[in-house]
Structure formats: C-alpha cells, structure tokens
Design a protein around this ligand. Structure first.
Ligand code: FE2
Length: 168
C-alpha cells in the first residue's frame, strides 16, 4: 500500500498499527509488551460502548510504566463518560492518556449526544488527535462535511492537535 501511494504521487504518510479493543487480549499484549505502536510508541485503544471495564486505570498505569503512550479512541462516544460529564474522563487525562476525536462525531454521525460531548471536549482543549472511521462512501461524505465545520476549524487552529496535517 505504501509503495502504491508513493508511486501515485499522493502526498500521504501511511503507517499501519491497530485500534485495540479493551479486552483480555489487549491486557495480555500490555503484559507481554507486544503491542503494535505508531510514531513514538503511541498505542490507540478503545473501550466498550456501554460499560466501563473496572481495570481501565490499572491498564493505563501499566502502559505508561512500560513507556507506551496511550491514546483513547473517540472519548466522546462512551455512554458512561457522557453522563457525569468530564469527571470520569479527567482521571484518564491526568494519567497522561491522549484523546482522539472521531471527526464524524462533529456532524452528529453517531448521535446528537455524542456531537454535543465532542463540542465540549474541543472547548476544553482536551482533544489531542483527530481521526475517523472510513468504512464506505457514507463515511467519506460525512468526513468531508465534518472537516468544514467551525468546530473542526477551531480544533485545527487550537495548536493542540498532534496530527494537525491530517486534512492540510
Ligand atoms: Fe473505534
């Protein structure tokens, strides 16, 4: 894939790693230090949508202890973090977890509640990365729309994004 892209002259840097789902396999990879990373030992992981696993903080502690830099995928999409507001996410933030917004959330692609929480996270300068799902044409159209929103512009101009060349 990398070769195809460079031969076609498209200016795009491609790295393949993983978005780890928080399960026993992920925990085992942490213990064994066999996680796929990108950049400077960044590890992208996601949590279950409806129920927060009790070992999240412990796993994050373990990750950072081993020199990994954990990134939580789409923090705006977890029901249990939306409810009490920022409090419960704050714990992860204080432990050094970076947050990756799914930009599709900005156009209400998932739900109005997710969209609202995404706006709040941007407002509080809590977003460090921007990413997206891209499963089919519908995602592409929403993505095109999302990167034109004022919220996305605000995020790009904030200087907080670690991958600020995503749509440059
Ligand atoms: Fe995900």
């Amino acid at each position: 894939m990398k070769t195809v892209i460079s031969q076609s002259g498209i200016k795009l840097e491609l790295e393949a790693a993983a978005e780890y789902y928080f399960d026993e396999f992920f925990l085992k990879h942490i213990t064994d230090e066999t996680l796929l990373t990108f950049g400077d030992k960044y590890v992208l992981f996601e949590l279950p949508a409806m129920r927060k696993p009790p070992q999240v903080e412990e796993a994050v502690f373990e990750l950072t202890l081993k020199g990994y830099k954990p990134i939580l995928a789409h923090p705006e999409r977890y029901a249990y973090y939306q409810e009490p507001g920022f409090e419960s996410l704050e714990k992860l933030k204080s432990m050094g977890v970076l947050f990756q917004l799914n930009v599709l959330s900005l156009v209400g692609f998932y739900s109005p509640k997710v969209q609202k929480f995404a706006h709040q996270l941007i407002k509080n300068s809590w977003i460090d990365w921007a990413g997206s799902d891209m499963h089919n044409q519908r995602y592409f159209e929403a993505f095109t729309e999302a990167i034109q929103t004022s919220q996305y512009q605000k995020l790009c101009e904030s200087g907080n994004l670690l991958n600020n060349t995503l749509t440059a």
